[in-house]
Design a protein around this ligand. Structure first.
Ligand SMILES: Nc1ncnc2c1ncn2[C@@H]1O[C@H](COP(=O)(O)OP(=O)(O)OP(=O)(O)O)[C@@H](O)[C@H]1O
Ligand SMILES: [Mg+2]
Length: 487
């Protein structure tokens, strides 16, 4: 069974209260009983002393013959308001103010009564019990009678006993107990309300938190946990709010990422579609016209081939991008001769520049005997990408320059061209995947807009960055620094 915090609290307070009431009643009963018994015993003792004196030294209780005057003694006991019993040394009752004289023979031997046994040993004894003779609760006190009596027939009396009914004490105790329980009852009612109020105050902030948590569970990340108290529950609310705002931020990032992914996927399929459709178109035409002339056939095949080259490049770039972004790309760092490296690349790229009627030259720093630190293969890819761009976005008769300049412990590598240049507003965006300033031109020269994205990632992996300087119609310069060491 699930008990609410409030109910648990109420049960707990009520249980404590009951326990306290029971303990109070028990303790007060015991203490009062002890007190009353002691007081009654003392009272009976002093009365017994008085009786013994009167019996010993006055004529009270005896007739002129020195015999016990039963009637007189009974009256005397009535005045005392107590029951008086006289017993001889054998335990036989010789007088009892509550028993008629002629019935005495039926009264059993009294020597085994606890108060008499105690009196026999210690001179005085007391006991409380319900009387077997008259069937009422009594407090008994018995004393041994000193054997110096002047009265003739009194000698046979060995013990005198006084008894008081303690019904009244028990009545008082009952009253006290009743009052304690009545007080407890009132306290219980009071505590029930109080515990309800306190527990409500305690559990309200918690149930508020639970409500808000429920709405969060149902998807409302805009929910806010109120700080209804300045205690631990309040701290919990703060903590939950912190958690929520972190979640909200994460969600914003996640959604952005998701958007980028779908955009990327859309771009990829779009880029793939164009060359595939084109190839399909050429092949279809050729199939439908088996007698096509040789010149057109060669032309169509060349165009279809160009598109497959494009497709291949695109796929290569896509694989590179995904390797880089998934962190799969591992760089193989080493020191290598920068001049030799760029000379080799220049030789590879020169034919392409010449095809486009461009001048292409390499500028080497006077201090050409130096090594750079990096992944040579990946950096070659960067140079090829940048030089290809410089060729693609150039003007007929223009020029491209690849060069390196030593700056202390760094080497700046640059690729500059006298091409069309890039408008300022486009510069920050050209490194985005699939971003092309002039889509038609880029596509015409076989571009997909992934080149600079790959360049950026590789240079970043070398703890460096690509710097672009460009002016429209005049040309552009792409540069980056690498760590250098003289060889
Ligand atoms: N040297 C340059 N001069 C003028 N514009 C440039 C130059 N380099 C890049 N751009 C512009 O930046 C865009 C992005 O370049 P990027 O290299 O990423 O793609 P791409 O060359 O179009 O295709 P890819 O390199 O994937 O074949 C290009 O489309 C072009 O508009
Ligand atoms: Mg490019």
């Amino acid at each position: 069974m699930k008990l609410s915090l409030r109910l648990k609290f109420a049960f707990f307070t009520i249980f404590i209260l009951l326990l306290l009431t029971a303990a109070a009643s028990l303790i007060s009963t015991i203490e009062l009983q002890k007190y009353y018994r002691q007081r009654i015993t003392e009272q009976l003792e002093s009365k017994l002393e008085e009786i013994l004196y009167l019996l010993n030294y006055t004529s009270l209780g005896f007739d002129s013959n020195g015999n016990l005057d039963y009637v007189q003694l009974v009256r005397y006991a009535e005045i005392l308001g107590a029951r008086l019993t006289l017993v001889d040394s054998a335990g036989t009752v010789i007088f009892d103010s509550k028993v008629k004289q002629d019935s005495l023979i039926y009264v059993e031997n009294h020597l085994d009564r606890p108060e008499f046994r105690q009196a026999q040993q210690q001179g005085i004894g007391s006991h409380q019990r319900t009387s077997a003779t008259v069937n009422v609760p009594f407090q008994y006190v018995a004393v041994r009678v000193p054997q110096f009596s002047v009265k003739k027939n009194f000698k046979q009396t060995a013990f005198a006993r006084l008894a008081l009914p303690v019904e009244e004490v028990q009545y008082v105790l009952r009253q006290v107990r009743w009052k304690i329980f009545a007080g407890g009852g009132i306290a219980l009612i009071f505590m029930t309300f109080l515990s309800y109020y306190i527990s409500k105050k305690l559990t309200y902030p918690l149930s508020r938190l639970a409500q808000v948590a429920e709405s969060v569970k149902n998807g409302s990340l805009e929910a806010y946990f109120e700080r209804t108290s300045s205690d631990e529950v309040g701290d919990l609310a703060d903590l939950l709010n912190g958690m929520l705002s972190k979640l909200r931020q994460d969600l914003v990032k996640f959604r952005k990422l998701e958007k980028v992914r779908t955009q990327f996927l859309g771009n990829v399929s779009h880029e793939l579609r164009t060359p595939i459709f084109t190839v399909q178109g050429y092949l279809e035409t050729l199939l439908q016209n088996p007698n096509i002339d040789k010149i057109t056939l060669k032309n169509f095949l060349a165009k279809a081939f160009f598109q497959t080259v494009r497709l291949n490049n695109l796929l290569k770039d896509l694989i590179d991008i995904s390797r880089i972004e998934s962190g799969e790309m591992k760089l193989n760092y080493s020191y290598f001769d920068v001049a030799k490296w760029l000379q080799k690349l220049t030789a590879e790229l020169l034919p392409k520049a010449q095809e486009n009627n461009l001048h292409f030259k390499l500028f080497a720093d006077s201090d050409s005997q130096m090594k750079v630190y990096g992944d040579q293969e990946k950096l070659s890819q960067v140079i090829i990408n940048l030089v290809e761009n410089a060729i693609k976005y150039n003007k007929p008769g223009g020029s491209v320059e690849l060069g390196f300049i030593r700056k202390n412990d760094l080497v700046t590598i640059y690729i500059s061209d006298t091409g069309m240049g890039i408008e300022k507003e486009h510069i920050p965006r050209i490194f985005e995947r699939f971003y092309r300033v002039d889509k038609e031109r880029s596509r015409a020269v076989g571009g997909t807009g992934l080149g600079l994205a790959i360049v950026k990632h590789i240079i970043q992996a070398h703890n460096s960055s690509v710097i672009v300087e460009s002016s429209l119609g005049e040309g552009s310069k792409f540069s980056f620094d690498l760590k250098a060491k003289s060889s």
